[in-house]
Design a protein around this ligand. Structure first.
Ligand SMILES: Nc1ncnc2c1ncn2[C@@H]1O[C@H](COP(=O)(O)OP(=O)(O)O)[C@@H](O)[C@H]1O
Ligand SMILES: [Mg+2]
Length: 451
């Protein structure tokens, strides 16, 4: 229950109730004040006027007017009396001069015995008494009974109007805070289960957009992402294991066969072959370590002012002999210098990987072209070939670690080259994408496209 009073919703409800009460009270008080004062003031002015006239009018006329006044007062609200100079009543509906009433021609509000028989006790009235020149006293007055009744009515209306509002506001507050307390409890329990390792749990949502829902939705998205990343880590791990298993298995078979042989020559041959496989395994491990090293941005501090055309020229010269050996028409187009801020070695590695693939996958007699230039929106490096090309559905896949297209499996490789190239380009704020070269494919490193 204490939680209930601490809940924000409940406090809000109390505040709301207070605000409504205050606003309603102000309105009612204003009406009350207007009703009460306006009426009393009017009566007061009239009574004083009349008494002024009555003390100077002839006695007969005053008595007649008092009688006339009382006969026409059907509601019995008027007090009127004429007294002789000793204070004895001559005419009127008042038995005696009220005690304590000054005879000064001014209006006084006081409690008197009511004129209506049915009322017990006293009632509020406005009274004026004045002394005539001959010593007689005239008393005029009016009951304030109606005004007071009206005041009471307004007061009651105020209570009747405000009390239910307060009760309703508090009630709604309790309901709402109980509901949000229940939801928070459910969320808390789910979080506990997630913390215990059940990553498939999701925070309960109801589809209505409120604060809690918003946070729950964000946490659920975060959980989805964590699950996805964990899946990726697992698949990378599986891939590594799988990729290292093949060379290790081949090594094992070769060494066993060598040892089973008769001559020292057999052992030598086996060891040599095993070394080739070991080399492959080493290449994979080195490449993997390199990718994670680049991904964690360790090399970013080594960025300097470099020229991309120089990188392409170096890579071109490095691969020219391989292209020649495969009778591939290998050309470089580098019309201008292309200054850039980055890591020379890393970018060289990326471009080399693209050229390596192009020469590797393009059949004999094909063509590979390297272009480097300054485009309108920044530097551009393009490596195009006339090889087998990459079908559209594989264009996103080839940049993932260990992905190797089915039809290229017979050609040696680790499936890590493009992954590394894409990591390097992203580290430099650049984009790596592939398109159709009709025939063949074209890989482009360019300023990142806004998507
Ligand atoms: N120039 C290209 N032409 C056709 N396919 C390519 C080309 N470059 C890459 N690929 C495809 O993308 C895959 C991944 O490339 P990469 O990451 O460099 O690995 P690897 O070169 O070790 O196979 C390759 O196995 C191949 O299927
Ligand atoms: Mg490659």
């Amino acid at each position: 229950m204490t939680e209930l009073f601490k809940a924000g919703t409940f406090r809000l409800a109390v505040l709301f109730a207070l605000a409504v009460t205050a606003a309603t009270s102000v309105v009612f008080l204003f009406i009350y004040w207007r009703v009460a004062t306006f009426d009393v003031k009017r009566v007061e002015v009239r009574l004083v006027d009349e008494i002024t006239k009555a003390i100077s009018d002839p006695e007969d006329r005053v008595k007649r007017e008092i009688d006339l006044r009382l006969t026409s007062d059907l509601r019995r609200l008027d007090y009127a009396g004429f007294f002789d100079k000793d204070g004895k009543v001559v005419t009127g509906n008042v038995a005696a001069l009220p005690k304590g009433l000054p005879i000064d021609g001014a209006a006084h509000s006081m409690e008197v015995l009511p004129l209506r028989q049915m009322d017990a006790g006293t009632e509020p009235a406005l009274l004026v008494a004045g002394r005539r020149a001959d010593g007689g006293i005239v008393l005029l007055g009016r009951s304030l009974y109606e005004v007071f009744a009206l005041r009471q009515l307004v007061g009651e209306a105020l209570l009747l109007g405000v009390a239910p509002t307060i009760i309703l506001a508090l009630f709604t507050g309790v309901i709402f805070s109980l509901r949000s307390a229940r939801r928070l409890k459910a969320i808390n329990q789910t979080i506990m289960r997630i913390m215990q390792g059940d990553l498939n749990e999701r925070l309960p949502t109801r589809g209505k957009m409120d604060d809690i829902e918003f946070v729950a939705g964000a946490v659920n998205l975060m959980l989805d992402e964590i699950v996805r990343l964990l899946g990726q880590i697992k698949s990378v791990g599986d891939n590594i294991a799988h990729d290292l298993r093949t060379p290790l298995a081949v090594m094992q078979a070769q060494l066993e066969r060598g040892l089973a042989g008769n001559s020292e020559q057999d052992v030598r041959i086996a060891a040599k072959r095993a070394l080739v496989e070991l080399d492959r395994a080493m290449t994979t491990v080195t490449a993997l370590l390199r990718i994670s090293e680049i991904e964690f941005g360790r090399r970013r501090s080594e960025f300097t002012h470099i020229e991309l055309d120089e990188i392409c020229r170096n890579a071109f010269e490095l691969y020219a002999p391989f292209a020649e050996a495969k009778s591939i028409g290998f050309t470089l187009e580098a019309p201008t210098t292309v200054p850039f801020f980055g890591d020379f070695d890393l970018l060289m590695e990326a471009v080399a990987n693209l050229i390596d693939n192009a020469i590797k996958f393009t059949p004999r007699g094909g063509a590979v072209k390297v272009t480097v230039k300054m485009a309108d929106d920044g530097p551009l490096i393009r490596v195009s070939d006339t090889g087998p090309g990459i079908p559209p559905n594989e264009r996103a896949e080839i940049f993932k670690r260990f992905y190797r297209s089915e039809k290229c499996r017979h050609i040696a490789g680790t499936g890590l080259g493009l992954s590394m190239a894409s990591t390097i380009t992203h580290l430099h704020g650049l984009d790596l994408h592939v398109e159709d070269n009709n025939p063949g494919s074209v890989f482009e490193i360019s300023s990142r496209q806004m998507s």
